[in-house]
Design a protein. Sequence first.
Length: 48
Amino acid sequence: MLGNLFGNEVFTREQASFVPAVNISEEPTAYKLELSAPGYKKTDLKSA
């Protein structure tokens, strides 16, 4: 399982609100990738 690669002190809460985030989790048949990008809506990031 992937852990937090950076300590909690790397970004302040204010700085972190501008940084895109990726969460990768393992499911029985695949990996699940979730993206959080400040300023975008879910519909902006859907593939065609």
